[in-house]
Design a protein around this ligand. Structure first.
Ligand SMILES: [Fe+2]
Ligand SMILES: [Fe+2]
Length: 261
């Protein structure tokens, strides 16, 4: 089967690009299962029910979130009923929603989980150790295929996470930086790994945001509200992974980086 993992979809532009590219790629690559990171889908921060439903209407199987999981208060209106929505697993306190879901795909149990990294991450003091939390989760589940969205800033933390869970989590993809890395590879014990999928949205923004206030901030140290970049050139970044349904071995993979010229 073929699984498509899509990086952070950013704002209205991200949603438009996803709607235009996903059906086409699904056909072109024969995709069976789709995981999309939706933490920035509502105006760059968080998610609301309307956009979650739009993702389901595009036949997205699982939507993951990130450090912006609760940035839009609209999430609280539907997160407890959303069966295909995954927020980070490693919060210290009880928060709404779930940190993993298990989906039955043609008799194959696929678990999609999300962990939040702690290095260079605002609010890290509210998080527990993503390595040990993930280990505890794996010990209690008996799924056929495991997919982890490791949402983190530091490449070293993502590398270490990938190598530690190599052979136990079939597909480990990084998200959060919005910049796709050119390191998709199969780890020594067989897991698929990429440090960051990248994003879906504006190409000429600063990780999706209108650059002017951001540059002003770097020049003056004065914070101005950031707004999503909603025009100009587009980018769509994802990873296609083919996995054998019986052996659960990765048989093929391809980074898909559609960068408008
Ligand atoms: Fe993001
Ligand atoms: Fe993030």
């Amino acid at each position: 089967m073929r699984i498509l993992l899509v990086g952070d979809v950013f704002g209205a532009m991200g949603r438009t690009i996803l709607k235009q590219e996903l059906p086409r790629l699904r056909q072109q690559y024969g995709i069976n299962f789709v995981v999309v990171n939706g933490e920035n889908i509502a105006h760059g921060k968080g998610i609301i029910e309307k956009y979650y439903k739009e993702l389901l209407a595009l036949n997205v199987d699982v939507v993951t979130l990130g450090n912006h999981a609760f940035s839009n208060k609209g999430v609280f209106q539907f997160i407890d009923d959303a069966k295909r929505l995954v927020r980070p697993l490693n919060y210290k306190t009880d928060v709404p929603g779930v940190g993993y879901v298990t989906v039955n795909y043609n008799g194959i149990k696929i678990t999609v989980m999300q962990l939040l990294g702690r290095i260079f991450m605002a609010g890290a003091e509210q998080l527990t150790n993503p390595f040990t939390v993930c280990e505890e989760l794996l010990n209690k589940l008996d799924s056929d295929i495991y997919i982890c969205d490791f949402h983190g800033e530091a490449t070293s933390e993502k590398n270490a996470f990938g190598l530690y869970f190599d052979g136990r989590i079939h597909i480990i993809v990084g998200t959060h930086t919005h910049v796709a890395t050119n390191d998709a590879h199969i780890l020594p014990n067989g897991s698929m790994y990429i440090t960051d999928l990248g994003m879906v949205g504006a190409l000429d923004g600063v990780i999706g945001v209108n650059p002017d206030p951001v540059i002003h901030q770097y020049l003056t140290d004065e914070h101005i509200r950031h707004l999503p970049m909603e025009k100009g050139r587009q980018q769509f970044n994802a990873l296609m992974v083919e996995i054998n349904e019986q052996t659960h071995k990765i048989t093929k993979y391809e980074s898909i980086n559609l960068i408008q010229k």
